[in-house]
Structures are given as C-alpha cells and as structure tokens.
Design a protein around this ligand. Structure first.
Ligand code: SAM
Length: 293
C-alpha cells in the first residue's frame, strides 16, 4: 500500500499537476536535453503524473523508440491521447515488478521524495538501466522556501507556520522533504557514475501558477492540518496570502541529478567495483558503449 500523502485520486490532483507542469517542465526538459534522448531510445518515466514529460520524451524517441509512463493513479494522464509507442501503466514502483529492463533513460520527478522505500526504489531503477544508461532524478529540497516579500510582518510567520505543519504531515507519511539534497549522494552510493546536479528556483508571487501548488497541497490535507493544530482562520489567511500580489516566496528548489550506470566493461572490472576506476579503464569502457552519448 502506498502512503503517498497527496493521494492522486483527490480533486486537487489536476491543479497540482498543472502547477508542476507550468513551473518545472521547462526545467526538466532542459535537463533531459543535456543527455540527448533521441530516435530509438527506450525510456521509463516513473510516477509520471499527467505524463507531460513522458509525452515529450515520446516525441524525442519517435516511433522507433518507446516510452513507458508508470503511475499509481493514471486516470489524469489517460485523458490525453498519445501514440502507441508511449505506454501508460497503472503501476506501483515500490511493490510491482519493473515493466521492463535495459532502458536508455529512466526519469522520475518528485516521486522518491514521497516514498519511505526510496533507497530500495533507487536501487530498482538503477537495475532497470542498460549498462551506460542514464538515471535522472529531480527532487525538491523543501527546506529552503524563504518569504521574499510580504505585505506585513505577520504574513511571513503565518506562511512558515502552515508550511512547517505541512512538512510535518509529509514526514509522518514517510516522505523526506529534504530528499533533494541527498539524491546525488544516494545515486553515488547506488553505483552510478558521471554524476552531475543543478538546482533551479524562482520567485513565486501571489496569484502565480507556481504558488498555487501550496494552495492545492494545503486544500487536500486541510483536515489533517487543523487536526495538527493549525486553525481554520490561519488556513483562510494562508489561502488569501497566496493570492496577494505583494506576497512573494521562493519556489521549492528542484535539484536535478543525472548519472549513468557504468558501461559493461567497467562493471565487470573488480577495481571499478571497489570504486577505483583507472583512467585507462574508463576510456576503454566508454569506447565499449556505442549507444552512450
Ligand atoms: C508530486 S507528484 C509528481 C508527478 C510528476 N512526476 C511531476 O513531477 O509532475 C508524485 C506522483 O507520484 C505518484 N506516486 C506516488 N507513489 C507512487 C508509487 N508507489 N508508484 C508510482 N507512482 C507513485 C503519484 O501518484 C503522483 O502522481
């Protein structure tokens, strides 16, 4: 059973997916373009939400390639038409067997953060890659959301209080709100190489597409927030603040990390398995990897 706090069956899901698409799809596409998915690639998009990125990958790989988009609740993504080479699956990445292996690219955004079993799932995703294949994980660091401007002094304190209560609910559900800052280390420990990370954040003014993410999140769990001590008056003031043009917060920073599974020769090299890759071995491994960019 999933413990995902923001159950994707709820009405707020459509708004959450729209906000994520509007704010972060351009960032994710740029990150994926750095790897260069191209004609014929096999891709796995895990917990794909609206499947907007899976559909975009489908355009990149064309009909000679394939994209599998998995999702615990695929009904939102199912409302969009897509070509046959983009497959949408109802699938639980924690409990179900992988839908395939030997992927050129596996991507997940804002999924492992929510899963108590994130390290086991990470290992599973690494195992889904072909030698030399890429894993791209993009996750929030929810620990840096400063208020950048506020109409009065009490507004920043109110935002911080309600946001802290939301983070507490996430932690209780098994999420790690700081997972973004741990991803690169976890991917290194899982045996991936050529690791690179970059972080994206922007200002979200009241009324913007991005700040609506907070509204959808709070609306979905308002009952649990009041049970945890946030008053309904505070929640109403919080919602009003999110529409106030003089209120500006930092977006959630999205940390995008990419790394690749060692090519086969390197995997087979006992020195490499101990984390010591002599330059000559690395060169030979790269030459052995024709599909690698
Ligand atoms: C915050 S949303 C992110 C959606 C999408 N990846 C994006 O960035 O727009 C988290 C998604 O993970 C999905 N999810 C949660 N637990 C999952 C699981 N065990 N297996 C597959 N998907 C899961 C949810 O249904 C939800 O769509």
């Amino acid at each position: 059973m999933s413990h995902y706090l923001f159950d994707s069956d709820a009405a707020q899901t459509a708004g959450r997916f729209s906000a994520l698409e509007a704010c972060y799809d351009p960032v994710s596409r740029r990150q994926l373009e750095l790897i260069g998915p191209t004609t014929g690639w096999r891709c796995l998009e895990v917990g794909g939400g609206s499947a907007s990125l899976g559909d975009w990958l489908g355009e990149r790989v064309g009909t000679e390639g394939e994209v599998t988009v998995t999702e615990l609740e695929p009904r939102w993504a199912a409302s969009r038409h897509r070509p046959d080479h983009v497959r949408l699956l109802r699938h639980d990445i924690v409990h179900d067997p992988l839908p395939g292996t030997d992927y050129d690219l596996v991507h997940a955004r804002l999924v492992l953060l929510h899963l108590p079993e994130r390290l086991e799932v990470l290992q599973k995703l690494v195992g889904a890659l072909r030698p030399g294949g890429w894993l791209v994980l993009e996750e929030f660091d929810c620990g840096w959301t400063p208020v950048l401007a506020a109409p009065d002094s009490s507004s920043a304190a109110l935002f911080d209080r309600v946001h802290a209560a939301l983070m507490s609910l996430l932690r209780t559900a098994g999420a790690d709100p700081l997972w973004g800052r741990r991803v690169l280390g976890a991917m290194a420990a899982a045996g991936l190489r050529d690791l690179t990370a970059s972080t994206y954040a922007e200002a979200w003014p009241g009324g913007s597409a991005g700040i609506a993410l907070h509204r959808h999140n709070v609306d979905q769990v308002s009952g649990r927030l009041t049970a945890s001590g946030v008053s309904t008056t505070e929640l109403d003031r919080f919602r009003a603040l999110l529409h106030h043009p003089d209120f500006v917060i930092n977006s959630y920073p999205l940390i995008s990390v990419r790394g690749r599974r060692p090519p086969r020769k390197e995997q087979d090299d006992p020195q490499t398995l101990r984390g010591v890759a002599p330059a000559a071995t690395r060169g030979a491994a790269a030459a052995d990897d024709p599909a690698g960019p």
